[in-house]
Design a protein around this ligand. Structure first.
Ligand SMILES: CC(C)(COP(=O)(O)OP(=O)(O)OC[C@H]1O[C@@H](n2cnc3c(N)ncnc32)[C@H](O)[C@@H]1OP(=O)(O)O)[C@@H](O)C(=O)NCCC(=O)NCCS
Length: 184
């Protein structure tokens, strides 16, 4: 394996060693505040079908996950890849690895097929990062199942971003979003 690599892995193909490295990456960042990382429901969010993993030698230094789901926007069903678990190890931030990983996940969504848009929600401070990765902010009310397992509604204005995959950006429908499950 080259010293710097990006690998796309289906969730079921994660080896024990991959899980161990991912646990180290996530626990280093979040253990104190959020507890242990659980690959089947990370911090109460939805699990990922696909993991895009950056390594230096065998050490995992970055991760982005996504999962396909049919959600509802207004009255229309929309096939999205919900994105989460975006994390670059602190010691290698600011070297455009995040941008590289986000480019690779877009390619993995195109390769997968049957995905109209990438979709994610984030904190206000991180929006410029996703804008650098060519994601577009949208404004809509979002219904989902919260990390506590209860239905929840976020009013329009919280950061939601989309990326056109097989459908032009303008074809994102008007209206409220129902994620029909947990966010990622
Ligand atoms: C956000 C994060 C993934 C960015 O990764 P990175 O490899 O350091 O970012 P890059 O070097 O690829 O930066 C690309 C661009 O995003 C901007 N950017 C990077 N991190 C940012 C942040 N935390 N907030 C806002 N903008 C950021 C950079 O300034 C750069 O801008 P430019 O294109 O105008 O030059 C990384 O800082 C991280 O893991 N943070 C902690 C976890 C986190 O917040 N994840 C997001 C959860 S929604």
């Amino acid at each position: 394996m080259k010293p710097h690599s990006i690998e796309v892995l289906a969730h079921e193909d994660l080896a024990e060693a991959d899980l161990g490295e991912l646990r180290r990456l996530f626990d280093t960042e979040y253990l104190d505040d959020l507890g242990e990382w659980n690959p089947e429901q990370p911090y109460g969010y939805a699990a990922h079908d696909v993991h895009v993993i950056a390594r230096i030698s065998n050490r995992v230094v970055g991760h982005v996950g996504w999962a396909r789901r049919e959600i509802a926007v207004g009255k229309e069903p929309v096939a999205i890849a919900g994105v989460g678990g975006v994390l670059i190890s602190e010691e290698v931030r600011g070297q455009r690895r995040g941008v590289d990983l986000m480019g690779q996940i877009a390619q993995s969504m195109r390769d997968h097929g049957g995905i109209a848009f990438g979709y994610l929600g984030c904190r206000e401070q991180v929006v410029p990062f996703y804008a650098s990765c060519e994601w577009t902010r949208i404004v809509a009310r979002e219904r989902s199942i919260g990390c506590d397992g209860e239905p929840t509604v976020d009013e329009p204005g919280q950061p939601l971003l989309i990326l056109p995959i097989s459908v032009p950006l303008e074809l994102w429908p008007e209206g409220d979003i129902d994620l029909r499950g947990r966010p990622w």
